[in-house]
Design a protein around this ligand. Sequence first.
Ligand code: PMV
Length: 325
Amino acid sequence: MKATAVAPSNIAFTKYWGRKDEKLRLPANGSIAMCLSNLLTTTTVEFSPPLKKDQIIINGVQETGEVERVIKHLDRIRKIAKINLRAKMVSNNNFPSGTGLASSASGFAALTLAAIKAARISLSEKQVSILARQGSGSACRSIPGGFVEWLDGDSSETSHAIQIFPSNWWKIANVVAIISQKRKEVSSSIGHQAAYSSPFMTTRVANMPEKNKLIKKLIKKKDFKKFGELIEKEALEFHAITLTQNPPLIYWTPGTVLLMKLIQKWRDEGLLVYFTLDTGQDIHLICEAKSVNKVKAKLTQIEEVKDIIVNTPGDGARLSKKHLF
Ligand code: PMV
């Protein structure tokens, strides 16, 4: 009973921040994202009778901070499959974890699909997305692939992601600028819980349905300038919440701020590039595919940028025959 899955990370154009139901991980608002071609997690799961306890190895390390959350997720799948076997899970990211690159999205998406297959149960894409959401909210968006929308829903059954446009819909790119490989001090999982302590959160949530509608329209029209302006404003609004919640969360480092200002300057000079960023110091630069080389050339001149990863819109979670053990 062994299976392997590969899943992408995804970059949110409108952010999931705060939950209306903590236990079910129902988000305060719906969100729109794009799956990423080059930020991938590969996970192999095997349920096997001789194992006395679950064995979890993430990026070559046993007993990481994520073990409890992973076992809880395996329990959800064991319950559906009506099995009681313990599992060995080995999972590798091809990018740094916990720095704002949504490793929990790709991680829980790959785990969900591999474990479902290893447990020999068959579920629809919607059901896989619902399950992934319960492991890590943003993981539900890494199941369908391409451009995706997470419908916030008002129950577990109605809160899942759907594809709104396939990956070849629009030739845009996400150039990730790695500022540092240091892990963030506060996980987003904890950060979500205090979102409503920001005095601005209720206003934000009230405006989100309109914003999501507009962003879908701009993706449909492929209006890159208006799209870029909106996602950058949205990223800053999301950070306005983290900065004003209690306790405040400052995810930026001096390198992050420097780059945000430079991106605005490059734009003034005629290079159409925008930024978005999640709960970490790394920056996602969004540009049209034709501008990738120019954006890369700018980034390589910045001392604070330690690495660059170029992504195009990517496929969703899929099975693989290349087992990790
Ligand atoms: O799924 P989580 O708990 O890692 O939350 C992700 C939250 C953000 O990355 C900040 C925003 C988003 O929508 O991906």
